[in-house]
Each structure stands twice: as structure tokens, then as C-alpha cells.
Design a protein around this ligand. Sequence first.
Ligand code: PHE
Length: 459
Amino acid sequence: MEPNTGNLRRETWGSRTAFVLAAAGSAIGLGNIWRFPYLTGQNGGAAFVLIYLFIVLLIGLPVMMAEVSLGRRTRRNPVGAFEGAAPNSAWRNVGVLGVITGFAILSYYSVVAGWTLAYTLKAVTGAFTHLTDPGETGRLFEHFVGDPQSVLTYHALFMALTVAVVMGGVRRGIERWTFILMPILFLMLILLVLRAVTLEGAGQGIAFYLKPDFSKVTTATFLAALGQAFFSLSLGMGAMITYGSYLSQSEDVVFTTAAVSLFDTVIALLAGLVIFPALFSVGGAEPTAGPKLVFVVLPAIFQRIPFGGLFGGVFFVLLAVAALTSAISLLEVCVAYMTDEKGWTRHKACFLAGGVAFILGIPAALSTGASTFLSSIPLLQMGFLDLMDMLFGNVALTVGGFLLCVFVGWRWSPEEALAAVMEGSAYPSLGRPWFLLIRYLCPLAIGTILLHLLMKLLV
Ligand code: PHE
């Protein structure tokens, strides 16, 4: 049966490179440079990194292939994609979960992205240069996130930027951002790595980051690594289904998804190779410092670079752009759903989704020090931003990824799934192994980890 293709004259990407860049733009963002280092720090260092790499290869990449081919086959947003592949079934709810998750992630993602905008300004105006004691960069951060007016202003600014780009549509909006700016970010990261590893006392940081200590590994480590793989590769909520829906049938899903996963992983690894040597060398924070880690460590290292203020400014701007290309994909999922399924105009969908995500982000923005009201509520003691990140950035994505594997491995017919992933591919022999991973290993591994989490919550 022909899949339900919905909007037949759907826009497609200008070229394969355009898809790879846009998907890489979605994947590369705060997840790599902000979230990966702090999770690595909180989860014991090198052992976490190793587990993460295995998960990316054995779970992340196959799941990305599944998402992209499901989107490409059905040519729809995540809800429509499940609907098209399994008409009139409850599976469409997996798509709905994805849309909600994307929306929830966008709300606090924009808050942290707002911090990077603010830090751009701080770097170029020399706010870091007079901080001699590394502890002072920590105080600068606390001071900044404790000011409700600034955090909300930058949150609003970032959300407005996201809405503006998504409003432009796929071709004109998303494609062009990634082309020039991501390579520059990459080069700057390499320069930062070179500076960080040659700092005095960097060796201890390198050891923490690269010498695994397996005694620190628990189930929580696996859950954190799995959630991070989904978060960083933009999986489990339909972003890759949506981007796949704009991909032409003649493109190679294996090649493109492998390229995206590789870029994403290399960037995250480089970010860690900046943060940990610098952290152990200049101090100013503990590896377990959490979400503030990079905002405390990076300014400290910019001071040890000639023209550090300028360098830092450019770096934070690029980080903001990387965050923007990710936020675009989060919003695009909601917008594609509303325009495809509800028949809304793109303008209306962008404004409404962006506006509501902004409002939902307000408690997250205020939870890092600007208001003590929320943390006085028993369930919210860990901080609203951290809570949202745990619920949506980790658990919901993992559940979404699990259901996607079950769907593609068991509900979609094997022939259909294989045909969808292999169409246009130069690597037909990889179809079978991929299908076995999606049918057995991925759901089993993800399911086991989720079950552990559930049992821990219950007892
Ligand atoms: N992958 C993005 C990042 O690493 C975040 C993201 C998550 C984007 C989920 C889309 C979907 O910053």
C-alpha cells in the first residue's frame, strides 16, 4: 500500500549536504558543549564517556536511521508519520508525546541559550578580564542568573530569534545558518583544546576525562548516558522524523545519519577536552558542578588566551547559533504538527508555540537563583530547570526512543522498514544488521534501563 503522503508538494532539502548540515545543526548544540561536559563530570568522567560512545554507536545511530526513514517514507510530522505508517492505531500518540516533549525541551533550552547570548556580551565588553580568582567567574555566573530581569530578557530574545527563523520555512530558514558557522565553531573548539591541554596541571583533567574508573558506574550512569545520547542526537521526540520528511528518496540514510552522529560526537568529545583540563588547571568549580560548569570554566580559560575577550565573544556567539539551529528543530516539530494536522498557518503556529514555550520557560529561568518561591515547593527542590531537563530531556526522550524501536521493529513490517531505510542507499548489506539492532538490542537495552529507573522510583 502506498503510504499516506499527506502534503504531496512538500518542500525538500536543496541537496544532501543541506540535509546533513541541518540535521547536524539540530544535533549540535547546548547538548554537546553545555550538557555533555557537566554530565560527564557528574557521572565520574571517562567511564561515562566510554559508555556514551557505545550507546551512540549501538543505539543512537540505529534509532536515528529509523527516525529519518520513517519521516522520509511518510513525508509527515511525527504524529502524521505514525498515523501514515499505522493508520487508526494508538501509535499516533507516540508522535503526540514527541511534540509535547519537543515543546517542553524548547522552553528551558531557550533559557540556557539565553545565558550564552548574555555571555557573548560579557566577553566582548571585558566582563571576564578583571576576574583574577577563578572562583570569581562562579560568582559572576550566580550574580547573572540571580537577576530575573536579565535572564528573562535573554530568554525572550532567544525565543524570538527561534520563532523568526522557523517562520521563514525550511529552505530559506534552516538551511543557510549551518553552512558557514558550524565549521568555525569546530575550528575554535580545536584551538581551545590546544590551549586547555597545554595549561599547567591539565594532566589531571585529561586523566579524569580519559582514564575510566568503572567502580563509579551504576545504573544511573547508563540512564544518564542513554538520555544524553538521545538528547544530543535529537532523538526520541521526532525532530529527525520531521527532518527526514523533507529528505529526498534518492538520498542515502545510512551515510547521512552516520555523518551526523559522527560530527555530533566529535564536537561533544572536543568540548570535554576543553572543559576538564581547564577545570583541573584553573579551578573555580568541581567536576560535579552541574549546569553551571561550562559557564564558570570557559571564562576562566579565555583569560589565558591572547585577545581572550574577543575570542570568548566569538565563541559564545557561535554557541548561541549552534543552540539556535537546535531550537529551530524543536520548534519545527510543533509547527509541522500544527500546520500538517491542524491546518494552521505557519505564522500562527510559530507565534503560538513560541509564545507558550516562552511562558513555560519562565519558571525554569527563575529557578536558578532569581526566585526562591519555586524551590520552596517540596517537589521542586531540585530546581525547576533541572526537573524539566530530567523529565523531558532525559526520561521522555528515552521513552519515546523505546516506543519508536518497538514500532519500527515489531509493528511496521520488516519488509516495509527495510525498504524505507535502504531506499537510495549504497550499503544494502547493512539493512539486516540494522533491523536486528532495532528489533532486539535497542528495545531490550533501553527497556532494561527504564525498568531499573521505574523500580528505583517505586521503592
Ligand atoms: N540535540 C540538541 C542539542 O544537543 C538538542 C535537541 C534535543 C534538539 C532534542 C532537538 C531534539 O543541543
